[in-house]
Ligand binder design. Structure first.
Ligand SMILES: C[S@@+](CC[C@H](N)C(=O)[O-])C[C@H]1O[C@@H](n2cnc3c(N)ncnc32)[C@H](O)[C@@H]1O
Length: 213
């Protein structure tokens, strides 16, 4: 079911490029989350393959010990992307203004999107593009937590409970013919127990994974 127009709205509907005009040299999730996403990439990605890291920034969550044939980056801030040590090449493009990726058909083994899917207003169009650029059998890994720039997340994301966000991402895959049934990973924070007793819960980890059939 495509999103209704009101579900695509953001509280701050100004141009996204303005929001990302200044580089943010921070990490958007805690170390526990970053470890989980890096471990997942180590488990699911193969060396010497072609990776598209979309909606990325100055940090890479790719494991240092895995070498790839090519890592293509994309985001909204060129300065952040220029500092990302794993990108072989990158481009800047607002996917809410133009969802068409300037990338060839069936050229990538994996597409990664970390803590950013909530900002897409036309996810069905973007997921159709992800499908187009993936090789048959290629994998898509969408991961997220419960943090966000609230004013820039779409209504369907902001107003939903955490479990409903997993269903939302599943529905994005299901809107495009030719993806496998999505696999869901849900893990509570792996912050040490003593921190959790004191209310330092840490960031939960969610991933929705599918393959191009
Ligand atoms: C919270 S940051 C996450 C960055 C990175 N993936 C990470 O894990 O640190 C969100 C990213 O989404 C990207 N983004 C947000 N809105 C976008 C849009 N309309 N079009 C393209 N990219 C966008 C920005 O480049 C930004 O770096």
């Amino acid at each position: 079911m495509p999103l209704r127009p009101n579900q695509r709205t953001k509280l701050d509907d100004s141009d996204d490029k303005l929001f990302y005009a200044e580089p943010r040299l921070v990490t958007h999730v805690d170390q526990g989350f970053i470890q989980q996403v890096t471990d997942l990439y180590r488990d699911r990605l193969k060396p010497n393959t072609r990776i598209f890291d979309m909606m990325s920034s100055w940090v890479s969550h790719l494991p240092d010990d895995l070498k790839f044939a090519h890592v293509e980056g994309h985001g909204l801030n060129a300065e952040e992307l220029a500092r990302n040590p794993r990108l072989d090449h990158y481009f800047v493009q607002d996917l809410n203004q133009n969802p068409q990726l300037p990338l060839p058909n069936q050229d990538f083994d994996a597409v990664l999107n970390t803590v950013s899917v909530q900002y897409l207003q036309y996810p069905e169009a973007v997921f159709a593009e992800i499908h187009r650029i993936l090789k048959p059998g290629g994998v898509v890994i969408i991961s997220f937590s419960n943090r966000m720039f609230y004013q820039k997340a779409i209504e369907a994301w902001r107003d939903g409970a955490e479990a409903s966000r997993v269903d939302l991402v599943k529905s994005y895959f299901e809107s495009v013919p030719g993806f496998s049934t999505p696999e869901i990973i849900t893990r509570q924070s792996n912050a040490p127990n003593f921190l959790q007793w004191f209310g330092g819960g840490g960031d939960p980890f969610y991933a929705v994974i599918a393959h191009r059939s």
